[in-house]
Design a protein around this ligand. Structure first.
Ligand code: GLN
Length: 198
């Protein structure tokens, strides 16, 4: 395959950081705000930010249904933090009326670490990525509280709480690799895009 064409959903959130990582990895990157832009990419990142805002804006911009259709069609998508929330089939502690795009057979709790713990950092061993450990930054982060049988648990905290998952072409992390120079999750997304093009 030629250079993978990937988008970053650019309605709200840390879009620039994801664009930088994907560009570093050699992808052809587009900021996606409109259905036509989504139609031009073969993979997508849902950034960190505020999931309820991204949800509302996606509806206002006519992006909700195109995004759901792309996910259903098997487009590789990687969600970080708010992006993970948006990929979850079920959420707890959403705001009134909050919706997700869905696709991942998981229940995700928003702001799962409470208002006392705004953010923290921890090193995570992630067998699917190998050495070295991932330095993970959590910011008002969600947790995967429940996952269906088809969901692979990629990473957990010491107490067993799940913070990274994969199911088919969907990947989600509670934390923000795009903020720490960690490129391996985005590389995994690009691998999935190339694989699908074969
Ligand atoms: N708490 C945010 C939300 O509910 C997620 C925070 C983040 O993406 N860093 O969407």
């Amino acid at each position: 395959m030629t250079t993978p064409r990937v988008g970053v959903l650019a309605l709200q959130g840390d879009v620039r950081e994801h664009v930088r990582v994907l560009t570093d990895l050699g992808a052809d990157v587009t900021k996606v705000r409109r259905p036509e832009e989504l139609a031009g990419v073969d993979g997508l990142v849902l950034p960190g930010g505020e999931s309820s805002v991204i949800d509302k804006l996606s509806r206002a911009f006519g992006m909700r249904e195109p995004l759901r259709a792309a996910i259903t069609a098997g487009m590789p998508v990687y969600g970080t933090c708010a992006g993970l929330i948006l990929l979850a089939d079920r959420i707890t502690d959403g705001i009134e009326g909050q919706q997700t795009f869905g696709g991942l057979d998981v229940t995700v709790r928003r702001n799962a670490f409470g208002s006392q713990v705004d953010s923290f950092e921890v090193d995570l061993d992630i067998p699917a990525l190998g050495e070295p450990a991932v330095h993970a930054v959590f910011i008002r982060a969600p947790l995967v509280e429940q996952a269906g049988a088809g969901v692979e648990r990629l990473a957990a905290l010491d107490d067993g709480r799940v913070v990274a998952v994969r199911q088919g072409s969907l990947l989600g992390t509670s934390f923000h690799p795009e903020m720490t120079g960690e490129h391996r999750f985005h590389a995994l997304l690009l691998d999935m895009v190339r694989e699908r093009a074969r």
